[in-house]
Design a protein around this ligand. Structure first.
Ligand code: ATP
Ligand code: MG
Ligand code: MG
Length: 355
């Protein structure tokens, strides 16, 4: 027995709670949104703000360990929880990944290449930064960006004013635009005693800056896959991470010239790891729960070739066909309102392994 506290009530929290069930663990989900998808599958939930001292204390006292499904947990929230329950993954994982600049510094420290970039606190830094990045370049807010929000392309120096205004004049980084062949990601689970397991590398395709398709195996050289796995393990180790962490990577070139450039770190279960639910010995959600609960991890052997398709907005209207499709495993998040760009569910299509 035992209870896991989850900060955040979205689909990731929901799938963590669903994975905890068969292990005999209860979940208590904390989220400000009264209509959170995770609430309906959790033993308990609390609707309150992440700065609500009393509610956080009661939440933390009711659980054995606290985890989170999003990286923008306020530092204040962690401070309020810390006296009452362990938080896994820990503070370093959050601090590094909440800020794109600290993320890049961290990756440089562990010897993982990233795109050329410059710090931006104002328009002038964009003009100067273009010397480092070349043009066009991508301007990204340092904090709170997701699904391409808080990003804009800078055409040239004359575009600096517009671009800085477009991201709301926030602290940012200007980044070299990478001419990648494909995108991929590595998903790693690491336990408290340092055992790390790596899932097969997924190849990811985005539409409108939102992940649309992840598939395994990825169309990359075995050597590149090995390097991606090493990047994942090195990242998890250097963070002292407990739980699942994902690293998004650009694959540049092909054959002998193929190489990897890291894009970002997600210190949590990741959309590009959803394929693991129907293709492996234990999903990313199960291994996350195991790690957080202090249990041994399951080696993530892959049984199938899998293609995960995100059901975004009205894609979900296709569910009657998908639920009838052979080899298709449908996962719906139970969100009541369909909105454009909103992740409503996903489908994992499995077939026998070719590689
Ligand atoms: P997420 O939802 O994955 O957290 P995000 O808003 O944090 O997204 P990124 O992952 O940095 O943003 O960028 C979103 C997508 O935009 C990338 O997956 C990639 O397709 C494209 N992109 C980002 N940075 C670059 C770059 N430097 N060069 C080329 N394409 C890029
Ligand atoms: Mg991101
Ligand atoms: Mg990303």
């Amino acid at each position: 027995g035992g209870t896991i506290g989850i900060l955040g009530g979205g689909q990731l929290g929901r799938m963590i709670a669903l994975a905890a069930g068969p292990l005999g663990l209860d979940c208590h989900v904390f989220c400000p949104d009264p209509d959170s998808p995770a609430f309906r599958v959790a033993a308990r939930h609390t609707v309150a703000e992440y700065t609500d001292t009393e509610a956080l204390k009661a939440f933390a006292e009711s659980v054995d360990v606290v985890t989170y499904e999003f990286e923008n947990v306020p530092a204040e929230t962690l401070e309020l929880i810390a006296p009452h329950a362990p938080i896994r993954p820990g503070a370093k994982s959050l601090a590094v990944s909440q800020d794109r600049l600290s993320e890049r510094r961290f990756l440089a420290e562990i010897g993982v290449p990233t795109a050329a970039h410059a710090r931006v606190d104002g328009e002038d830094d964009i003009v100067a930064g273009l010397e480092t990045t070349g043009a066009p370049a991508i301007l990204k807010t340092r904090r709170f960006g997701y699904d391409g929000k808080g990003q804009t392309t800078v055409r040239d120096a004359s575009d600096a004013e517009r671009a800085f205004a477009a991201i709301g004049g926030q602290p940012a980084i200007l980044e070299e635009r990478i001419d990648f062949r494909i995108e991929c990601s590595v998903v790693v689970a690491r336990s408290e005693d340092g055992q790390a397991v790596v899932y097969d590398i997924a190849e990811n395709r985005h539409e409108n800056h939102i992940l649309k398709i992840s598939r395994v195996p990825a169309d990359i050289e075995p050597r590149t896959a090995q390097e991606a796995a090493e990047i994942g393990i090195k990242t998890a180790d250097a963070l002292g991470h407990v739980g699942v962490v994902a690293v998004e990577l650009f694959v540049v070139g092909s054959g002998d010239d193929e190489r990897l450039i890291a894009n970002e770190i997600a210190p949590r279960v990741h959309n590009s790891g959803h394929w693991t639910q129907d293709g492996t010995a234990a999903s990313q959600f199960e291994n996350h729960v195991r790690a957080v609960a202090g249990w041994p991890l399951v080696a993530p052997h892959r049984h199938f070739d899998v293609e995960m398709e995100n059901l975004i907005g009205h894609d979900v209207d296709r569910w009657p066909d998908l639920v009838a499709e052979a080899g298709a495993h449908l996962h719906l998040y139970g969100k009541r309102d369909v909105r454009p760009g909103r992740k409503m569910g996903h489908v994992n299509r499995v077939r026998p392994r070719e590689r």
